[in-house]
Design a protein around this ligand. Structure first.
Ligand code: SF4
Length: 369
């Protein structure tokens, strides 16, 4: 069966034409799904019965099943656990910050990048999510917010997975999020975070998109980066930075570099000085993320004083630097902590099935943008 939330409006119009229907029906169906919050075809009352039956026969909707929600004590972070059609599971996080309603979406089950500080990376890639499995995360959270008279305002691809390794689905989902007849979310309010997939950055720069791009940098040089991010062996730092520069040049969007501070690994004074030199003259912001401990990983968060000194060195060098207050720590939804603590065995790679309780962490969840 096809998934209706993987279809752009244009594709749905084409489908209507190919199936002997007037193409304006596509707009009506889109409106029911994305604006009127219908969760089945039967409720689409201004769509003819025959067409509703045809849609129900040929399309699956919805594809995500909500298993659980968890709210942080401060009520500013809500974690959603979804079951996919093959019983694998992914999570999304909703951050309530002022007027912003930001959803952090997952784009893969597991992740191929295997970053050292990320339990999700340790399990490797299970599979890519389809566009519908991505768009429905936002769609259902939008539905959830509707009851409070609110809607999703920002989307960040910072959940489980490397977005540029699931390029087609991610770009399709961005187009659907942006569709004026759909969720109508400005591309400037959509952020893609990558570990540095060079060909993906070049490709994204050439799309007709204006989304924000964030690089998970985490190191001031290739030597340290290779230790933290195995993907750095494939994509040397110099090439990644050149690709990021090209993205800025072609899209006119500023770049954010994320730097997770790991005690005694990348938090020394000389690391800050080297980072300042590396990013000098770049149109960018550095987002410092003090590491949030993940069970089973032998890594520590630096002391507050160390983090503050690191920040001052960057700021003294004229680099715009942010140090984010971490939200959702008590429900393990904070950056580096977001985890499928009740991960089913289907989510676990065969060689790891002896340890099904291992957390599948979603690192990079800097959710406050
Ligand atoms: S930090 Fe992000 S890119 Fe790295 S393994 Fe974890 S999910 Fe993948």
């Amino acid at each position: 069966m096809k998934e209706i939330c993987s279809f752009s409006l244009k594709e749905l119009k084409n489908w209507m034409g190919e199936n002997g229907e007037n193409s304006f029906r596509a707009g009506q169906v889109f409106d029911w799904i994305y604006t009127k919050h219908a969760l089945n075809f039967t409720d689409m009352s201004n769509v003819g019965k025959d067409l509703r039956e045809k849609l129900a026969e040929q399309f699956s909707f919805p594809v995500l099943k909500l298993l659980k929600t968890q709210e942080s004590e401060d009520l500013e972070t809500i974690k959603f656990l979804w079951e996919l059609p093959d019983q694998r599971r992914v999570e999304s996080v909703l951050i309530l910050s002022g007027d912003r309603r930001t959803v952090c979406v997952s784009c893969q089950v597991g992740c191929p990048a295997r970053c050292a500080f990320c339990a999700s990376g340790r399990q490797g890639l299970m599979r890519n999510l389809s566009p519908a499995e991505i768009t429905e995360q936002v769609l259902h959270i939008n539905h959830f917010l509707k009851e409070k008279g609110e809607r999703v305002s920002h989307i960040v691809f910072m959940g489980m997975g490397e977005p540029l390794e699931n390029y087609e689905s991610v770009v399709k989902a961005i187009q659907i999020f942006h569709e004026p007849e759909g969720l109508n979310i400005s591309q400037r309010r959509i952020t893609v975070s990558t570990v540095g997939v060079v060909e993906g950055i070049h490709r994204l720069a050439k799309e007709e998109l204006k989304v924000n791009l964030v690089l998970s940098l985490h190191a001031p040089n290739q030597h340290i980066r290779k230790k933290i991010i195995p993907y750095a062996r494939k994509y040397p730092l110099e090439e990644v930075l050149m690709a990021m520069d090209e993205y800025t040049r072609l899209t006119k969007r500023d770049i954010t570099y994320e730097y997770t501070l790991l005690a005694k690994i990348n938090d020394h004074r000389k690391n800050a000085e080297e980072l300042a030199k590396l990013l000098k003259d770049k149109q960018c912001t550095v987002n410092l993320i003090p590491y949030n401990p993940v069970e089973g990983l032998n890594l520590d968060r630096p002391k507050k004083e160390t983090i503050e000194n690191f920040r001052l060195i960057l700021e003294d060098a004229g680099i715009n630097t942010t140090w984010r207050y971490t939200k959702g720590k008590d429900i393990a939804a904070a950056c580096g902590q977001l985890a499928l603590q009740e991960a089913p065995t289907q989510n676990v790679a065969p060689e790891q099935s002896a340890a099904p309780s291992e957390k599948l962490a979603l690192v990079n969840a800097d959710l406050s943008q």
